[in-house]
Design a protein around this ligand. Structure first.
Ligand code: DOR
Ligand code: ZN
Length: 387
């Protein structure tokens, strides 16, 4: 088969090759049988990075880190531990050490650390962070916006301008959880209102500050990012916001494992995000927002926000791009745009995505309990594997 994709190698397998690669074709049931008649294909991609990841600490870190490390070369690690202690460079460096210790022996996964911005963060801390070589960004959680954000920023213009000016000076990106916390604002409008009342004024005031709007969920965010100067404002996009709309939260009953923040939105928003990421724009890149919580913390009267997608994310991104015939744009989204924005070298290692059905485990069990992955028990089509 000739290769229709300029940046991506594509391979079709014959029957013997399929056998040799042990594709689990015997396990296919129902509608998957029809799809399995399509030619086997594989994509070879520059190894992706995850530009937005929650790794937690302690037992949870030990449980999940290998899932991210098995697919991604680097990840921007969110600082919202409980309690949120990653407010200094020293704490970020110590957290980095514990992540490295938790990695499988042969892993070359590199955690890129972030600082948790508070009303008290000083400009000196930004200088220290830059000099450490371990900290690559600072995370803005509006106080109370999401999991472990209670010590976040209460008034960005009143309390944080000197720090933000220093960040612009030091070329240190600000990563934004873009939602207002005012309980009077409808939960589905919080991103839009944040853009109007915080982000737009911030970008006008500090045009040299690099900003990543994390996990965008609306057409308003797409338009905002596209309206800004390229190279200064960008956005990460999760698999869930590309594949699901808010109906998923209520499909056949309340679905806690589809609950994340910012919450899933209407279908028109999902479609706008799919168009943006598959357009080839450099402003959008992969950030899974994989956010593990032990099952009982999701399936309870006041369940935590967060979707655990580390192991399925690459399959899901490939699905999204394939569905709109844009597989030729996948590699830039997964592997180039993020490192280019951060000014970091692109990876040289490669990963394969093989189009072959595989079943997502129902759960991952550990001594402390279970973690339920996104699309638990479902069959996905693209299977990542190392070369
Ligand atoms: O759904 C989410 N979960 N959104 C966030 O912003 C935080 C994350 C978490 O830490 O669990
Ligand atoms: Zn997050």
């Amino acid at each position: 088969m000739s290769c229709p994709f300029p940046t991506t190698e594509v391979k079709a397998y014959n029957k013997d090759e399929c056998k040799a690669l042990q594709f689990p074709v015997g396990k296919i049931e129902g509608p998957m049988q029809l799809r399995s008649k399509r030619p086997k294909m594989e994509l070879t991609l520059t190894q992706p990075d995850d530009w937005h990841l929650h790794l937690r600490d302690g037992d949870l870190l030990d449980a999940v880190v290998s899932h991210s490390a098995s697919h991604f070369r680097r990840a921007i690690v969110m600082p919202n531990l409980k309690p949120p202690i990653i407010t200094t460079t020293a704490a970020a460096v110590a957290y980095r050490e514990s992540i490295l210790k938790a990695l499988p022996a042969n892993s070359n996964f590199t955690p890129l650390m972030t600082l948790y911005l508070t009303d008290m963060t000083s400009p000196i801390e930004i200088k220290l962070a830059r000099r450490s070589g371990a900290v690559f960004a600072v995370k803005l959680y509006p106080a109370g916006a999401t999991t472990n954000s209670q010590d976040g920023v209460t008034d960005i213009f009143g309390k944080c301008l000197p720090v933000l000016e220093e960040m612009a000076e030091e070329n240190m990106p600000l990563l934004v959880h873009g939602e207002v916390t005012n309980p009077d604002v409808d939960v589905f409008d919080r991103e839009k209102v944040f853009i109007e009342t915080v982000l737009q004024p911030l970008v006008q005031r500090l045009p040299q500050l690099k900003v990543v709007m994390e996990h965008i969920t609306t057409i308003d965010a797409v338009r905002f990012v596209e309206s800004c100067k390229e190279g200064f404002v960008a956005a990460t996009v999760t698999p869930q916001h590309l594949l699901l709309n808010r109906n998923a939260l209520f499909q056949g009953g309340l679905q806690p494992h589809s609950y994340c923040l910012p919450v899933l939105k209407r279908e028109i928003h999902r479609q706008a995000i799919v168009s943006a990421v598959t357009s080839g724009s450099k402003r959008f890149f992969l950030g899974t927002d994989s956010a593990p919580h032990e099952r009982r913390k999701k399936e309870c009267p006041c369940g935590c926000a967060g979707i655990y997608n580390a192991l399925v994310a690459l399959s899901l991104y490939a699905k999204v791009f394939e569905e709109v015939d844009a597989l030729n744009k996948l590699e830039a989204f997964t592997s180039f745009n993020g490192s280019d924005f951060y000014g970091l070298p692109r990876n040289t290692s490669k990963i394969k995505l093989i189009r072959t059905p595989w079943t997502v485990p129902e759960s991952f069990s550990f001594s402390f309990g279970d973690i339920i992955p996104m699309f638990a028990g479902e069959t996905l089509e693209w299977q990542p594997s190392f070369i």
